[in-house]
Design a protein around this ligand. Structure first.
Ligand code: SF4
Ligand code: SF4
Ligand code: SF4
Length: 169
């Protein structure tokens, strides 16, 4: 259990807020301030992840790295954790969704469908426009934020984030 919101935790939280780059915490995590306060940094969640997408990040806190793979929502991380930093796994795992930036090669008329081919919920559709390369569009209602579209993108054009933060990959 945590001994409190010590200065290193406070500094980390404020620093992240200031630059608006909150790391992606594991699915079902409580909000950032409570996570930083109560996570004991035992790293059991990191060891438990079968997809190996959890790693020890800034300040020793666990974060998701979608460059390593996708979340399968197995909930092993939440099950192994003894701190009060996970919500019920019956709830939605997180609010984040994928976003595609200008680096997408289709904007340069290069054909690519890697992100869509890896999207299990079929949230990425390619809009056909006569005479131009089809451009990916994400249906935010279908996207579950699993991150399967991130590592496969040749130009790192895909980020997974909430509206309030830009996820770090
Ligand atoms: S739900 Fe499973 S795959 Fe996703 S981060 Fe947790 S342990 Fe890894
Ligand atoms: S994060 Fe997952 S569900 Fe969302 S667009 Fe990417 S692959 Fe599809
Ligand atoms: S994988 Fe990347 S470059 Fe390819 S279509 Fe998707 S966003 Fe564009």
């Amino acid at each position: 259990m945590s001994s409190g919101f010590d200065s290193s935790r406070r500094q980390l939280f404020r620093g992240d807020i200031r630059v608006q780059r909150l790391p992606t915490r594991p699915p079902w995590s409580v909000d950032e301030s409570n996570f930083i306060q109560d996570c004991t940094r035992c790293h059991e969640c990191v060891k438990s992840c079968p997809e190996n997408i959890l790693e020890v990040g800034s300040g020793g806190f666990p974060e998701v790295n979608f460059q390593k793979g996708e979340c399968s929502f197995c909930s092993d991380c939440a099950a192994v954790c003894e701190a009060p930093v996970y919500r019920s796994v019956q709830e939605s795992p997180w609010q984040q969704t994928a976003k595609i930036g200008e680096a997408c090669v289709t904007h340069k008329q290069v054909v690519c469908r890697s992100c869509g081919e890896n999207c299990e919920p079929e949230a990425i559709q390619f809009k056909l426009v006569a005479g131009r390369v089809a451009v990916p569009e994400i249906d935010l209602d279908l996207c579950n934020g699993c991150g399967a579209c991130v590592a496969v993108c040749p130009t790192r054009a895909v980020k997974v984030s909430t509206d309030e933060s830009e996820a770090v990959h």
